[in-house]
Design a protein around this ligand. Structure first.
Ligand SMILES: [Zn+2]
Length: 169
């Protein structure tokens, strides 16, 4: 693979490798073929909403379509991709996320072609289910921390109260 390939040429190349017409990719992804053509020619950037469907249509993981990613994620399952982006440190330290950070400093990742909070994926992987209405509170007050020992499940209201109290000091 080419490390400095843009998202535009990557989509164009993947479609060509699959012998797929624009109409075929439109059918598989639900994205209008004129829009796909504009993306491939570099006139438009795919929106966050269209990256997932395009990746699914092309049969690759969404991260693989994102320009900043220089390694071939097709070789990695979702759990391996998670650990690739966690900087695992000592047990009592914060573990920084090296992957994508979204609004309000929360780590994000792609799971089944949808972008989700990485801590929610990690919690289900390492701790257990998250009941409806519950959210992950970071006891270290570091939204980007991926150390499961710094996570606790609380209600949305508790989460706001705890954050406010910690900010007050
Ligand atoms: Zn922490």
């Amino acid at each position: 693979m080419q490390a400095n390939e843009s998202i535009h040429s990557r989509i164009r190349r993947l479609r060509a490798e699959r012998g797929m017409s624009l109409s075929k990719l439109e059918h598989l992804s639900g994205i209008n073929k004129v829009h796909i053509s504009n993306i491939e020619s570099g006139k438009r950037r795919p929106s966050a909403q269209s990256v997932g469907p395009l990746a699914k249509g092309l049969g690759v993981e969404p991260e693989y379509l994102i320009e900043v990613c220089n390694w071939d994620l097709r070789d990695y399952d979702v759990e391996a991709r998670y650990w690739h982006d966690v900087d695992e440190r000592a047990e009592d330290e914060c573990w920084p996320w090296t992957g994508r950070i979204g609004h309000h400093g929360y780590p994000r990742m792609w799971v089944n072609y949808r972008e989700v909070r990485a801590a929610r994926f990690g919690y289900k992987l390492l701790v257990g289910d998250i009941p409806d209405g519950m959210t992950i509170d970071h006891t270290c007050n570091n939204a980007g921390c991926m150390n499961p020992k710094h996570w606790q499940l609380v209600t949305g209201a508790e989460n706001s109260r705890l954050r406010w109290e910690r900010e007050k000091g």
